[in-house]
Design a protein around this ligand. Structure first.
Ligand SMILES: Nc1nc2c(c(=O)[nH]1)N[C@H]1C(S)=C(S)[C@@H](COP(=O)(O)OP(=O)(O)OC[C@H]3O[C@@H](n4cnc5c(=O)[nH]c(N)nc54)[C@H](O)[C@@H]3O)O[C@H]1N2
Ligand SMILES: Nc1nc2c(c(=O)[nH]1)N[C@H]1C(S)=C(S)[C@@H](COP(=O)(O)OP(=O)(O)OC[C@H]3O[C@@H](n4cnc5c(=O)[nH]c(N)nc54)[C@H](O)[C@@H]3O)O[C@H]1N2
Ligand SMILES: [Mo]
Length: 763
């Protein structure tokens, strides 16, 4: 494995290790979190414990004694801060002034404590009662066409809340239920569903104990799912080979020191994770995987010529797949020169990677935003499926597709009905269960919603968590549009920019965070969430709430529903709020195959498995088989390469959770002090006459007439393929055109944004 080139910033350390411990301690100290935080951390991701609100990685049945990571701990500590953002704060600050504040400073005010409504006369949020908030929201919404109202969810709220939220939207009369998944793994939901019949990953956590090779595309576990490093380390120690495809040399995929292993901590001898690290061009995975497939075919030809058995799983191909011949012929017809050009990788490297694939009995393909956030992201995912099908690597132990989900319950929200796609929801059953007529038309995705906010067809926006003003593409251009909305409603734990870029009428409704005790009429309530492996676990909050005026997310959703909807004895909003077990009974009635005996099974160690057709080789596709697909392109980029154009990768630092910025460090990439940086290859710097420390502007180069720019970026040499640059999300979001999204799912193409570099005083 080659190490990072020495003329770039680099971090010589490893993921995990002492760095992760000090990273945690820093936030812990600054946040002066409430007593009992340590107890919460000890119960994190344990059976009968508290399920971390950071990422969606699986919860093992036999957890480590510290089954949490640096970033999971940061997320918990961030929720349990002592700081409070009370109505007094708004007495001191008009919203116009807060528009100049950074994301970091806004959230640093601490937990929101009381319901508030926007007062235009004073340009402030003023405290109101919960009843005033609910009746005010209902009064503002009632005159609106229900189709002009959007119910967005950021993927954190529990299954119970999410189910009721989706019911609220449908009973109100729309399927406008986009969620953060629309900017994230919607590509998976659409692409995987089409070819495997399952919209989610096909693996379970135990598969990592049996795989011989892992193909690892565009996911950064060191930062985004650090608990994954343990199964990866164990797999490597068993002899499993990991082949990484990523334009960025992520330390988390190279070296890991297990903070739970005293010997490794004291000796600081890391486990080398990646067997090969291939710095593919952004969007080049499609060509790279096609190259692997081409070499697998060559190996098969050679085997058959020598009278050896086929290297393909011919029985599987015959019994379980559709479209094989067309795919095979396309692969044979594709020239290596094109594969090398689009992937940026050499034929020799791709052949070596393909040999690892062929030698492995069982292979898992892991992926994240590096595949999903491209214009042809769906085709990249389907190309990986093609390769996996060639050797029957889906639907058996130790093999399968493993998309790593983001928010802790983002997959679960889709499972229980938060979807703008009515065909994915059992509407007939809901109609029968609740005696109403659910709308049947397509709802709005996040991108559709942004377009609707811009053209005025969307009138009201309800946000169950999240910070869309910052998370969406074209964020600068969107800000004026948000402010023209007649109504915005935010259910949130902390103040963020979306609340400041509010509609003409606006409500800010503070909720409990998951570690906090949720006391209702029947006693304390647990909630449940679904992880990336389709396992559902219960979670108890035990800490005392940040303020006595907080309500649970579920109670807030029920409060809005009761005020807005006509009475319906089958929609038992009060009973549901009093006892969440009744909500779980309703979920089990809607989805009996997956959620039967829900209230008992949610406490099973490791969670209960809700099942997955493709995992059992039951293909719920059009042909009833797993589908091979023939790609129409060789690169996932929507706007191709050209002289002077770079493709921007928008990245997460190790010190953020999406739009929540914990600090200015990106420890694992050896960067610190500022997020306004432009990462660029030293050869490209030379070619463009740039020096380290120059301050430049990035300008959009997508070919439309819109001026998009982000200035004040410090040039920082970094080990990247030529022709691409890196910068942080959400600071770079003004550069992502709203129309640049995955062709099938509309997931914004945040990893392949066409830009040009401008120097002060012009281009
Ligand atoms: N601490 C922390 N944890 C998080 C989050 C967080 O912000 N902070 N966010 C959560 C959420 S919502 C999500 S969705 C996940 C996101 O987790 P990831 O899926 O890991 O997402 P990113 O960090 O955006 O990008 C992943 C990787 O893709 C690489 N990449 C970029 N372009 C390409 C490409 O064209 N091809 C390939 N092969 N690789 C490419 C980048 O270099 C990066 O290493 O993490 C979740 N967990
Ligand atoms: N350029 C670019 N854009 C991207 C991405 C990218 O990689 N590049 N990634 C995309 C992805 S993968 C995602 S998932 C989206 C994320 O988009 P969102 O999910 O909309 O954003 P978050 O930053 O996760 O939301 C943070 C806010 O949620 C609120 N919050 C936190 N905890 C809770 C809670 O328990 N309950 C409630 N009600 N509120 C809470 C707080 O007020 C906090 O400020 O961004 C997308 N945008
Ligand atoms: Mo995400």
């Amino acid at each position: 494995m080659t190490d990072t080139r020495d003329d770039t910033v680099h971090y010589g350390g490893s993921a995990g290790g002492w760095g992760s411990v000090t990273g945690m301690a820093k936030v812990f100290k600054r946040e002066l979190s409430t007593p009992g935080t340590l107890d919460t951390l000890m119960r994190q991701n344990k059976p009968e414990g508290y399920m971390c609100a950071s990422c969606a990685w699986g919860k093992p049945a036999s957890p480590h004694s510290f089954e949490f990571c640096e970033n999971g701990a940061k997320a918990t500590i961030w929720d349990l801060t002592r700081d409070r953002c009370t109505p007094d704060f708004f007495r001191e600050h008009r919203l116009a002034d807060l528009r100049d504040w950074s994301d970091f400073d806004l959230e640093m005010q601490g937990r929101l404590t009381a319901p508030m409504r926007y007062d235009a006369a004073s340009d402030r949020y003023l405290e109101c009662s919960w009843d005033e908030a609910f009746s005010g929201i209902a009064a503002a919404m009632t005159p609106l066409d229900p189709k002009s109202v959007v119910y967005y969810a950021s993927g954190k709220a529990s299954l119970e809340t999410s189910y009721l939220y989706a019911l609220l939207a449908r009973a109100h009369g729309n399927n406008n239920l986009p969620d953060s998944s629309n900017m994230c793994h919607e590509t998976t939901s659409v692409a995987m569903k089409k070819v495997t019949g399952s919209p989610v990953g096909t693996c379970v956590l135990e598969d990592f104990e049996h795989c011989d090779a892992i193909l690892y595309f565009g996911q950064n576990p060191g930062t985004n799912s650090p608990r994954f490093l343990h199964p990866l380390q164990d797999a490597v120690k068993r002899g499993c080979k990991i082949i990484v495809f990523n334009p960025v040399k992520e330390v988390g995929l190279m070296r890991f020191v297990d903070p739970q292993n005293p010997v490794q901590m004291l000796t600081q001898t890391p486990t080398q994770l990646a067997h090969m690290y291939l710095q593919v061009r952004p969007g080049g995975d499609l060509a790279a995987v096609l190259g692997l497939a081409r070499h697998v075919l060559a190996r098969d030809d050679a085997a058959l010529a020598d009278g050896r058995p086929s290297v393909l799983d011919t029985d599987f191909l015959a019994q379980h797949t559709h479209g094989w011949e067309a795919f095979r012929d396309e692969v044979r017809a594709t020239a290596w020169a094109d594969i090398e050009d689009h992937s940026g990788l050499t034929r020799a490297d791709l052949e070596a990677a393909a040999d690892v694939y062929v030698a492995a009995e069982r292979v898992i393909a892991v992926y994240g935003m590096g595949l999903t956030q491209h214009v042809h992201g769906s085709q990249s995912i389907q190309m990986v499926v093609n390769l996996m099908l060639m050797r029957g690597n889906i639907g058996r132990q130790g093999a399968g597709m493993n998309p790593v989900r983001g928010h802790s319950n983002v997959q679960g929200q889709r499972t229980v009905g938060i979807s703008e796609k009515p065909e994915l929801v059992p509407l007939d059953r809901l109609a029968e269960q609740f005696g109403f007529d659910p709308p049947r038309d397509q709802g709005l995705t996040t991108v559709d919603m942004c377009e609707g906010i811009r053209d005025g067809s969307v009138k009201a926006f309800v946000s169950l968590g999240g910070n869309l003003a910052r998370a969406v593409p074209d964020s600068a251009m969107m800000e004026d549009a948000w402010r023209a909305l007649p109504l915005t409603v935010f259910i949130a734990t902390k103040l963020n920019r979306s609340h400041i870029v509010h509609g003409q009428a606006s409500y800010l409704l503070p909720c409990l965070a998951r570690p906090e005790e949720d006391m209702q009429a029947s006693g304390p309530q647990a909630v449940s969430i679904e992880d990336s492996f389709s396992h559902i676990s219960g979670s108890w909050g035990k800490r005392s709430p940040a303020s006595p005026k907080l309500k649970s997310e579920l109670a807030i959703v029920a409060g809005i529903a009761k005020a807005l909807l006509p009475p319906n004895p089958k929609m038992r909003w009060d009973d549901w709020t009093a006892d969440y077990a009744l909500v779980r009974d309703a979920i089990a009635e809607t989805y009996p195959d997956e959620f039967h005996d829900y209230n008992a099974r949610m406490w099973q160690p490791g969670g209960f498995y809700r099942g997955n057709g493709a995992h059992d080789r039951v293909w719920k596709t059009e042909s009833g088989k797993a589908e091979f697909t023939v790609p129409t392109v060789l690169s996932a980029l929507g706007v191709g390469r050209a002289e002077g154009r770079f493709h921007l990768i928008t990245m997460r630092s190790n010190d953020q959770f999406n739009t929540t910025i914990y600090g200015m460090d990106d420890r694992l990439r050896g960067l610190s002090g500022s997020r306004m940086i432009l990462l660029i290859n030293p050869d490209d710097m030379k070619r463009h006459g740039l020096r380290q420390g120059d301050v430049v502007t990035l300008a959009g180069d997508a070919g439309d007439d819109v001026r998009r720019a982000v200035g004040g970026l410090t040039v920082t040499p970094f080990d990247l393929p030529d022709g691409c640059v890196g910068g942080y999300y959400p600071e770079m979001n003004p550069l992502v055109p709203l129309w640049l999204h995955d062709e099938a799912s509309k997931t914004p193409a945040s990893k392949g944004v066409p830009v040009r570099i401008e120097r002060a005083g012009g281009a």
